[in-house]
Design a protein around this ligand. Structure first.
Ligand code: DI6
Ligand code: FE
Length: 407
């Protein structure tokens, strides 16, 4: 069998569709950027190098664990400025909503982002991206939503796309123009939603800059009817949709997302059982964001039991953003999901691999170590996969493969 490279002396966490699978003393063969073979080393066929005779180069994984490359399926990685002062205000008793209503919050990041050019945005996003890559991320979703005017929203998406050219990572972009109401539209939320739906969504689609469309369904953001209009506009131009749903209150966001066949509904702290059932029915993935729950000191837990009973796939993400989750550590997010949400370490790992891939509609390409999938892999110096969620600040990544190349 032909192979470009072989990884041996590792244990493999497969993360296949049924969630199961560990292969001890495994061997993985890579060819043409994809996984060509995976199984117990003792069952492996003889490999010959793709570029002629001889054996392909073999990498000795020294007994580490190999997982799929991590997938961070919900980030606001591109933005300018920071919100450390707002953090101080909240610690003195102001709520996240208080800060937003006083013109801070998302709007303060909007002011900074509008003032930043593409290179400035790209440099700060690259710094955050480097931290994700250092923890084994090979695919990252990046949202707009701090421009709130057509030009800045598209600039954010262009910067996100550029990261793919400068870093070994797959970037999936999402237009989140319906994130907050910009001051130009004060008192005219429906007009803003009309502009987003009728003009900006088609424009982003035509420019090939958005892979999906998102909206923030919340008291401090947009109503279910306004979000529905944005999602319908996206579907009309063939873009998949997702929704920031039920984070601070239950507005029926999960049900709305499911009714539009959304890839995912994200946050979900206040989602009712009916919302969970609707998601199960339509195959909408639950994306839980423990970093935001932690950082906003939320107390209302997402409905883990209902999600499990209804067999809704549960993904996790950093939600990396300056206001509610200044987090660039997927491993810490996994730890938080276990300590705060009582997820198991195995659920947390599936949440950052197989289920996160599904939340992006990429589960046929990435998220598990199976023949034919992309060669996006992470090798960890751990004795068992649960250590990934267990240790805080441990930096266990040994090596990362992107598209079959170690880099
Ligand atoms: N929910 C969030 O957690 C982020 N956006 C959203 O819709 C927060 C964005 C911010 O505070 O800057
Ligand atoms: Fe978010």
């Amino acid at each position: 069998m032909k192979a470009d490279a072989i990884i041996e002396h590792c244990d493999v966490a497969v993360l296949s569709g049924d969630g199961a699978g560990e292969i001890r003393d495994a061997l993985v063969a890579l060819a043409d950027g994809r996984i060509a073979w995976v199984g117990p080393r003792t069952d492996a066929p003889r490999f010959t190098s793709s570029d002629g005779g001889g054996a392909p180069p073999a990498y000795d994984a020294a007994g580490g664990w190999l997982t799929p490359g991590l997938v961070d399926c919900h980030t606001h990685l591109v933005h300018a400025g920071d919100r450390a002062h707002e953090f101080e205000l909240r610690l003195q008793g102001a709520s996240y909503e208080d800060v937003a209503r006083a013109g801070g919050g998302i709007m303060s990041t909007v002011r900074a982002t509008r003032a930043a050019d593409e290179d400035t945005l790209a440099r700060s996003a690259a710094r955050r991206l480097a931290r994700l890559l250092a923890e084994g991320v090979t695919t990252v979703e990046v949202k707009s939503g701090y421009g709130l005017d057509a030009d800045t929203e598209l600039r954010m998406l262009r910067v996100a796309r550029r990261l793919e050219a400068t870093h070994p990572v797959r970037v999936v972009t999402t237009l989140l123009a319906a994130h907050a109401l910009p001051p130009e539209y004060a008192g005219r939320a429906d007009d803003y939603i009309a502009a987003v739906s009728d003009e900006w969504v088609p424009r982003a689609a035509r420019a090939g800059l958005a892979d999906a469309v998102d909206a923030f369904c919340e008291g401090i953001a947009f109503t279910p009817a306004q979000c529905a209009r944005v999602l319908d506009a996206a579907r009309a131009v063939g873009l998949p949709v997702k929704l920031h749903a039920d984070q601070l209150s239950d507005l029926g966001g999960a049900t709305l997302a499911a009714s539009r066949g959304a890839l995912s509904a994200d946050h979900l702290e206040w989602t009712s059982e009916a919302g969970v059932a609707a998601m199960a029915e339509r195959g909408t993935v639950a994306v839980l964001l423990p970093g935001a729950f932690y950082f906003l000191r939320e107390t209302r837990l997402p409905p883990l039991d209902a999600l499990r009973r209804h067999r809704v796939p549960i993904a996790l993400a950093t939600d990396c953003n300056p206001g509610s989750s200044p987090l660039t550590s997927p491993l810490l997010a996994m730890n938080m999901a276990c300590t705060l949400f009582r997820m198991t370490p195995a659920e947390a790992l599936a949440g950052f691999t197989a289920h996160a891939a599904r939340a992006l509609g990429l589960h046929r390409e990435i998220g598990s170590i199976e023949v034919g999938k992309r060669g996006d892999l992470a090798l960890w110096a751990v004795r068992r996969p649960a250590e990934l969620a267990y240790a805080m600040g441990a930096a266990p990544l040994v090596r990362r493969w992107f598209g079959g190349q170690a880099r």
